[in-house]
Write a protein that binds this ligand. Structure first.
Ligand SMILES: [Fe+2]
Length: 307
């Protein structure tokens, strides 16, 4: 990682400043108040309504039914040495939304052996306050992952910069506007991970995508909101989450809310933009209240293939 210390220090200074300001910074709308207390109150009211109306139990059952989705992705320019390379993707774990949620996740992944595991942010339920409660469950999950090239992660808009160190201490390579190269038989691919851009956008997130010029490149971003920057810099694959696939959708699958200010059409599943393939995971967990309607909790297993 070239110049990683100064990149990490610049990221830390910027993240600290924006977290302190309690205003969100986005690429397309700068300096917007987060209004998270009001939104939390609305969610609480909605949860009460679901309980009174008798829908809560079925919504909870849907949320706890985590599906393992297998996706094959074909790339003509993928180095042959990476043909069959497997990536386990989990996003939006929100581990403190439900007791022992980590055990449901571990049950799904414990028998998998993969080349790489990537986590694309949102490890706790709330967007501020305590975070220690999700560190031990996250550690248990990490210890259950069988991955040859380890675990890479980025932070989401629910996360704080304070999580970075304990995550590194448990063996996760947290990418804060940085890239790593993965080698196979003398060939390499590049994986770039940015900081969250939904609350914590800075030009550094875009810069780290501009810097990488050659080869097969994968972007890890919490939300789809940098899709055009990544595609413009010849990224082949973009993995993200943030939207929870809507979490609460109409019977036709349309989400009530995506929480996206850019790229709303990429709120769920597999998508294509110019030459880049993208995948927006539906979220392994849920936020707000632990219910889902017309959407599903997901762990995704990608297999990369040469065409
Ligand atoms: Fe989330």
């Amino acid at each position: 990682m070239e110049n990683s210390l100064s990149i990490r220090e610049r990221w830390l200074a910027r993240r600290f400043e924006v977290e302190k300001s309690r205003r969100k910074r986005q690429q397309h709308r700068a300096y917007v108040p987060k209004y998270w207390l009001f939104f939390d109150y609305l969610i609480h009211l909605f949860g009460q309504f679901l309980k009174l109306a008798g829908y809560y139990k079925s919504g909870l059952k849907n949320a706890l039914d985590i599906k393992l989705i297998k996706v094959g992705l074909h790339f003509p320019h993928l180095p042959k040495a990476f043909d069959g390379y497997t990536i386990l993707h989990m996003t939006d774990l929100h581990l403190d939304i439900h007791d022992q949620y980590e055990d449901l996740i571990i049950e799904k992944i414990k028998d998998l052996s993969v080349d790489l595991c990537v986590l694309t942010g949102d490890y706790r339920r709330d967007t501020s306050g305590a975070y220690a409660q999700v560190m031990e469950p996250l550690k248990k999950i990490v210890q259950s992952i069988q991955s040859k090239d380890g675990v890479l992660a980025v932070l989401g808009n629910h996360d704080t910069y304070l999580m970075e160190k304990p995550m590194v201490d448990m063996g996760i390579n947290v990418l804060t506007n940085e890239s790593v190269n993965i080698q196979r038989k003398g060939k390499s691919i590049t994986i770039t991970g940015t900081d969250d851009v939904h609350y914590y956008y800075s030009i550094m997130a875009a810069e780290c995508l501009w810097k990488q010029t050659d080869g097969f490149k994968i972007a890890l971003v919490h939300s789809p909101e940098l899709y055009d920057v990544a595609a413009g810099n010849q990224y082949s694959l973009y993995l993200c989450g943030h939207t929870h696939g809507g979490q609460i959708c109409l019977p036709n699958g349309k989400p009530l809310i995506t929480h996206l200010s850019h790229g709303k059409e990429y709120f769920q599943g597999l998508w294509k933009y110019e030459c880049m393939t993208g995948y927006t995971g539906s979220g392994t967990g849920t936020s707000g209240i632990p219910v889902r309607f017309n959407s599903f909790s997901e762990i995704t297993l990608f297999t990369l293939k040469c065409k």
